[in-house]
Design a protein around this ligand. Structure first.
Ligand SMILES: C[S@@+](CC[C@H](N)C(=O)[O-])C[C@H]1O[C@@H](n2cnc3c(N)ncnc32)[C@H](O)[C@@H]1O
Length: 292
């Protein structure tokens, strides 16, 4: 059965004009998106999925969500279209100096420990980096603490969304991105854009992030180039995954990270009961998962 402008479980229907949303197609798409990206949409978030993917399906010229499902599942152009689907679904809410207690833990607790034990470069990876605020905050914290002159540090950033990476590479930010960043740091590391409220990141800071690459966190082959990082910031991604997917990704991190290694997740993302491979430790006042 096909419904036009379907609602989910009797909720207010999304205004999709002439878009047909066959009853089962939303669930098929939900399952496909889950397998491909790890993003999980329970019943309460199905409207969001419908909203975002109907918009993208219309852009592709479809009037049925089922046709869009077939494109993502079977078409030769599926891999290309997944980039757009992820862009459409990605929640890219982020800002500078977010949960900065973990930045302090990095500069005051983790790096002294790693620098004392490691001869080679210390590798830090921000996944997902969204539009770049997180890795640039790490770069600011490291610069402020003098770490770039004290140790060889490689900082890399990745996200599954090409649109987010484009913004990160451009390095231009509006006022919302700065809501948590001390003004002195903004003035030191950014330049105001004339005739606008935006700021652009200074090239010296931007260059501290060695690479901005597209990586789907649920695919181990895509994680591989940075899988041996000493420190991974994986914050505000697992809230969108279901528990088995989080456990699988965390297990993948544990398989490939050296010992010791440090995994920073957001305060809202407990890994308790999902892994025994990392121990939660208080490091310089912040909670960090440590691979012993
Ligand atoms: C809310 S942002 C988090 C950004 C930053 N880590 C922070 O905490 O501020 C979530 C990001 O996850 C990305 N994302 C979603 N699914 C992903 C996946 N399977 N692999 C990698 N990144 C993904 C989205 O594109 C989005 O940029």
């Amino acid at each position: 059965m096909t419904v036009v402008a379907a609602g989910v479980r009797g909720r207010t229907p999304y205004d999709v004009g002439r878009m047909r949303v066959p009853e089962r197609s939303l669930h098929l798409l939900r399952d496909l998106v889950h397998v491909h990206t790890g993003l999980f949409y329970g019943e309460e978030r199905l409207m969001f999925l419908q909203d975002r993917l109907c918009g993208r399906a219309l852009e592709c010229g479809f009037d049925s969500l089922l046709d869009y499902y077939y494109l993502l599942k079977y078409d030769d152009a599926a891999e290309q279209e997944w980039m757009h689907a992820i862009d459409a679904l990605a929640v890219q809410e982020t800002y500078f100096w977010r949960e900065s207690d973990q930045l302090r833990a990095l500069t005051d607790g983790i790096l002294p420990l790693l620098a004392a034990r490691r001869a080679g470069p210390i590798r830090i990876w921000s996944l997902p980096c969204a539009s770049g605020e997180e890795p640039l905050s790490i770069a600011m914290a490291l610069t402020e603490a003098g770490w770039f002159s004290r140790a060889a540090i490689e900082l890399h950033a990745s996200d599954a969304s090409e649109a987010a990476l484009r913004r990160a590479r451009a390095g231009r930010y509006g006022p919302r991105a700065f809501r948590q960043l001390p003004e002195a740091l903004r003035d030191r590391y950014f330049e105001p854009v004339e005739g606008s409220k935006d700021w652009t990141v200074r090239p010296e800071l931007h260059a501290r992030v060695r690479s901005w690459t597209r990586v789907n966190a649920v695919r181990s082959a895509e994680r591989a180039p940075h899988a041996g990082s000493d420190v991974i910031f994986c914050r505000n991604l697992f809230i969108y995954f279901d528990h088995p997917t989080v456990a699988r990704v965390v297990d993948g991190f544990a398989d490939t990270m050296p010992s010791p290694a440090f995994l920073c997740v957001a305060a809202a993302e407990s890994l308790m009961r999902l892994t025994t491979r990392f121990e939660l430790q208080d490091i310089a006042g912040a909670y960090i998962y440590v691979k012993p």
